[in-house]
Design a protein around this ligand. Structure first.
Ligand SMILES: C[S@@+](CC[C@H](N)C(=O)[O-])C[C@H]1O[C@@H](n2cnc3c(N)ncnc32)[C@H](O)[C@@H]1O
Length: 265
């Protein structure tokens, strides 16, 4: 199996019940930081692009119960899981770079953790601009893995993070895409874009929040699929254990910052 095939399989691909439960929990955690900037009103048409198993779509419905929510994803396996768990979402099988919608039909688009996986982010953002009505908003949540930092540092954990970043890059994705969102949105034709970091800073002396940050990232490492790459899975599981062991470590800290882009059409 090539490095590219391995990367595609082991980075956020599975729909087994444990992985789905992890994604639902992750969505609840992430919404606390990015949800307050997602504005939608009753009756509006909202698209959750790259809805996956529908985890963030569920957050949208919980916090904005009056919207008409559509979820689009390129993978049928993800959509089958979304359909079973989130019947309130109208699901569409579609590539974000060629959306099967007329111009200006959505009031809002939400999208989380898509651009890190695609080779053509501008094509996707252009389509989002096309299907959003003038004055509507487009809300993207993306990663910037360069911000991952532990105090004190741990070279083994950082090496696993680097290996995952390399694999994602080899598969045509970009684990640092968050840094480029301003330029990408402008290239796609958006003139008004507001960027904000969604910063996680966990510290040993705030054990409850520290545990949440550490656990989210440990669970990401533990989700690396053994069937796809046993060696990487083993290294990632060991890194997860080391991360969890830091919880009681006096003076230790965890830093990570994703990026939120909100653009007006
Ligand atoms: C990391 S998951 C994020 C899922 C969901 N947004 C969430 O927050 O849980 C990335 C999703 O993007 C989808 N995807 C990848 N390329 C896509 C494309 N070109 N168009 C639409 N969806 C795509 C994948 O199938 C996967 O469901």
């Amino acid at each position: 199996m090539s490095e590219v095939e391995r990367a595609k399989g082991y980075i956020h691909g599975s729909t087994d019940p444990r992985e789905v439960a992890r994604l639902e929990k992750q969505a609840g955690f992430a919404w606390r930081f990015v949800g307050p900037k997602f504005i939608a009103h009753k009756g509006e048409r909202v698209l959750d692009l790259a809805t996956g198993v529908g985890a963030m779509a569920e957050q949208i419905l919980m916090h904005h119960p009056g919207v008409r929510l559509f979820g689009a994803d390129v993978r049928m396996s993800q959509l089958r899981s979304a359909k079973a768990n989130h019947p309130g979402v109208t699901l569409v099988n579609a590539d974000g770079a060629r959306l099967p919608f007329k111009d200006a039909v959505f009031d809002r688009i939400h999208c989380s953790w898509l651009l890190e996986h695609v080779p053509n982010p501008v094509a996707i953002l252009r389509e989002c601009r096309r299907v959003t009505r003038p004055g509507g908003t487009v809300h993207f949540v993306e990663v910037d893995n360069a911000t991952f930092r532990l105090v004190p540092p741990d070279p083994e954990i950082e090496a696993v993070m680097d290996a995952l970043n390399r694999a994602q890059t080899a598969s045509g994705g970009d684990p640092f895409v968050g840094q480029k969102l301003g330029a990408l949105f402008r290239e796609a034709g958006f003139e008004q874009v507001s960027l904000s970091p969604s910063a996680l800073h966990g510290r040993w002396d705030d054990p409850a929040f520290y545990a949440e940050c550490i656990t989210e990232f440990a669970e990401i490492f533990e989700s690396i699929d053994e069937a796809v790459d046993p060696e990487m899975a083993q290294r990632a599981h060991a890194a997860a254990q080391k991360l969890r062991a830091r919880l009681g470590m006096r003076g230790s800290e965890f830093h990570y910052s994703g990026v939120l882009a909100v653009a007006t059409r």
